[in-house]
Design a protein around this ligand. Structure first.
Ligand code: CA2
Length: 149
């Protein structure tokens, strides 16, 4: 199984500021942890981060052709990007939305994700482990339940 993990604006800054929301690890460290957690289930993961909406849409379109599922943290774009929503709706593969912080416990503008109606599900508030849970959820939905997690 192949999963594309897509991160949006400012997530390249992880580990540098706001550890109360996002922890202390860099995006590279987080990606390494995800790989370590899911590779034993035969999941191949590719990672992408961009600060640009159009690049994220291009990547969603590419992933829809080569991947079995998408895990996306679109950052603040989650709250208003109908273009990313349309790309996800058109992807034709399962999508799990991740937020490291609990967006419902933060400012009002973060409470709404315009992506949520077109994804399989959303995981938020569990820091970097949310990405691992999202991959497990995709694996589970594909029938390959990870027996020893
Ligand atoms: O909780 C999440 O994962 C978010 O998607 C993160 C976004 C935020 O706009 C969403 O409302 C919730 C922002 C990521 C910014 O990450 C930074 C990391 C370190 C320093 C500054 C920003």
């Amino acid at each position: 199984m192949r999963v594309s993990i897509i991160n949006g604006p400012n997530l390249n800054l992880l580990g540098k500021r706001e550890p109360q929301y996002y922890g202390e690890n860099s995006l590279q460290e987080i990606n390494d942890h995800i790989n370590a957690a899911v590779s034993r289930f035969g999941v191949e993961v590719d990672f992408f981060q961009s600060n640009h909406e159009g690049e994220i849409i291009d990547r969603i379109q590419e992933a829809s052709a080569v991947s079995d599922g998408i895990v996306i943290n679109a950052g603040a774009l989650s709250h208003y990007s109908y273009a990313i929503r349309d790309a996800l709706a058109a992807a034709g593969i399962p999508v799990v939305e991740v937020h490291m912080s609990n967006i419902y416990a933060r400012e009002e503008f973060r409470h709404r994700s315009v992506l949520s109606p077109v994804v399989s599900g959303q995981i938020c508030g569990f820091g970097e482990y949310g990405y691992v849970m999202a991959v497990y959820a995709l694996l589970n939905a594909a029938g390959g339940y990870p027996q020893d997690v």
